[in-house]
Design a protein around this ligand. Sequence first.
Ligand SMILES: [Zn+2]
Length: 338
Amino acid sequence: MFKEFLRGRATKARFAFAKAASVAAGAVLAMAIPVTGFAQKAPAAQNTPIKVVASFSILGDMAREIGGEYIQLTTIVGAGADAHSFEPTPKDAKALAQAKVLVVNGLGFEEWLPRLVKSSGFAGTEIVASKGVRTRHLSNNGSAHDGHGHAGDIDPHAWQSLENGMVYARNIADGLSRADPAHAKDYQGRAQLYIASMKKLDTEIKQALKAIPEARRKVVTSHDSFGYFQQAYGVQFISVAGFSSDAEPSAKEVAAIIDQIKREKVPAVFVESITNQKLIRQIGTETRVKVGGTLYSDALAKSDEPAGTYLGMFTWNAGRLIYALQPDVKEKAETKAN
Ligand SMILES: [Zn+2]
């Protein structure tokens, strides 16, 4: 997996490189007096990382992988935080006002963002990371809720398939290249390596899950955010209707989900990192179905944890699912839950 550059080291190396380059170029760039457009632009592009704001942790990690030392990153909704109920602060507006690039998911995910963009006066490049993915509609489970805190009926959690992740990476690399053409080659090169890792992991997960009997490939989770994962990897996610981060489901809804788990012989229930875990655990107790642990959907874990990166999150989620759904480790999954 990729390791982040040590910031201090990367900065030093970059300045050393810039110095050598300017000497080689007859010191024209470094000594430029800001008279012409060319002279004003070139040194800045060489020396200063561009300021990039990412709306939430998953995009922050992708931007860091692709931007490397050429960007200075601020992530608005950080690790473990819930982007559904987020309230921006003046600090976020300030970061955005100074940014050259904003990376957003789109598809209605960041409902709080348009107002923040407007109030900050941001006038840079906006990268919509999900641009070009084939979208899916949120399932309603026949209830009045969308099972989820997002407006509209387009499922915004497109990053939950690695194939879409590859689209995200290309969009981010293209956007950074537009905003900072001096480093376009670097962004494209880093994105290519990143995409190669995604492809490898995608194949591995598909193969491992295919080995599990289809009838066992179903789990219950708390909020409706694994639809793209379901499509890509063939695991059926049954979400508890109305169980978004805020909404409490009714007793009737809970009873219905318990019935469904028993009827369909669902092997495992999972909690999600960003949602209330009490109900899922209660359902696990009442149905005697395994609680398979925590899955990460809308936010990464802290950076020092296994699910602290986008690829780490996929490795973690797939690993928990494979472990919990395999027939022969059924009993172990119960004792090892969390
Ligand atoms: Zn969500």
